[in-house]
Write a protein that binds this ligand. Structure first.
Ligand SMILES: NC(=O)C1=CN([C@@H]2O[C@H](COP(=O)(O)OP(=O)(O)OC[C@H]3O[C@@H](n4cnc5c(N)ncnc54)[C@H](OP(=O)(O)O)[C@@H]3O)[C@@H](O)[C@H]2O)C=CC1
Ligand SMILES: O=C(CO)COP(=O)(O)O
Length: 322
């Protein structure tokens, strides 16, 4: 099959290599000409510096659309709209979204953004899958949800990339978006040094918070106990590869939000999604203590240590006794 991929960051490139390994033709879209040239001339990209890339790239969006039977989305969620609004003809069989987050200005999930532009069948792939490991063929398992889930399962699975399916698109999208926010909090605890008990408690409470949020939108609680929920939460809160976790760690060590955004070209989606989560939680009256603290630390300069201590000292509630 022919796959076009929007986005030549770590995940777009690792996923492109994976598709080539699974026998597909792949063309990747990057917004910058230098990135296209580096991929086409040297089979390299600075996002995955030690990986040889097995595909070609273009910065011509029309070329991608003409080439593709399936379109993969791997760009930061806040910019998906700006890119896809330039696609004039949607003559493709299906979309597979890899991006995890909620759009701040509309409070929409990626499926809802895409719906504004096209009725092309939509699916999402999510779960514990750091690009650096997939690119090195480390065994990985993920979940695909959407109208083409079974098809993508058969097209993408190989001996190191195992694809499960789910019927709960909303749950898969929400779990993937929220775990990034929770991983910032987990990283803050890492940055404070040796707060392992607190981190285990935080991850457990984070899962509850994600479920509470998801259920308001009709997500199935079971989704959060699978790969897109607890699986991705664990890897993102613990992995050395996680940008969201690392971002939290650096904040706890005294770096500022602006400094980190300026000096790091890699996206930590939780920085942005937390704004949408806190706004939605306020509107829908959902209690989201961890997300709120992340927001306060990032956007109201609250001290990370006092914030985490306060979280642990919140009054106990009956529903928490698990
Ligand atoms: N990395 C991972 O392990 C995983 C990532 N994801 C998700 O995949 C999505 C992409 O992440 P990832 O590949 O890691 O990102 P990276 O941080 O590695 O790269 C960011 C990519 O987005 C591009 N980009 C940045 N701003 C814009 C813009 N305004 N318009 C178009 N493109 C832009 C960058 O292009 P440029 O170089 O020109 O700045 C670059 O190609 C995210 O939602 C992430 O949560 C999901 C699973 C795993
Ligand atoms: O979603 C991911 C792994 O499944 C990537 O997480 P980070 O964006 O925090 O690196």
């Amino acid at each position: 099959m022919k796959f076009g991929i929007l986005g030549a960051g770590s995940w777009g490139c690792a996923f492109a290599n994976l598709l080539v390994e699974s026998g597909h033709d792949v063309l990747v879209w990057a917004r910058r000409k230098e990135v296209v040239d580096e991929i086409n001339n040297y089979s390299k990209n600075s996002y995955l510096p030690n990986v040889k890339l097995n595909f070609k790239a273009t910065n011509d969006l029309n070329e991608i659309i003409e080439f593709s039977e399936f379109l993969v989305i791997a760009i930061p969620v806040q910019f998906i709209r700006d890119v896809i609004k330039n696609i004039k003809v949607w003559n493709i069989k299906g979309i597979l979204n890899l991006s995890k987050g909620i759009e701040i200005k509309t409070l929409k999930r990626v499926s809802e953004i895409i719906e504004e532009f096209t009725n092309t069948p939509y699916s999402i792939l999510s779960g514990p899958s750091h690009a650096e490991e997939v690119a090195n063929k480390i065994p990985t398992a993920v979940t695909v949800s959407g109208s083409n889930a079974k098809l993508f399962q058969s097209l993408i699975s190989n001996d190191y990339f195992r694809v499960y399916t789910s019927e709960d698109i909303v749950g898969v999208e929400i779990a993937g978006a929220l775990k990034n926010v929770m991983a910032i909090a987990a990283g803050i605890l890492d940055g404070l040094g040796g707060w392992d008990n607190s981190k285990a408690a935080l991850m457990t409470r984070a899962l509850h918070e994600m479920i509470k949020f998801g259920k308001i939108f009709g997500a199935d609680e079971k989704t959060f106990f699978g790969l897109p929920g607890v699986g991705d939460l664990m890897v993102t809160c613990n992995s050395r590869h996680s940008r969201n976790r690392m971002f939290g760690e650096l904040i706890a060590k005294g770096h500022t939000l602006n400094e980190l955004i300026k000096n790091n070209k890699m996206i930590a989606e939780g920085i942005y999604t937390v704004k949408a989560v806190v706004e939605i939680a306020k509107k829908k009256n959902i209690e989201m203590p961890i997300a709120n603290e992340v927001y306060e630390i990032l956007y109201n300069n609250k001290n990370p240590k006092s914030s985490m201590v306060e979280l642990m000292r919140r009054p106990l509630k009956k529903e928490w006794l698990i």
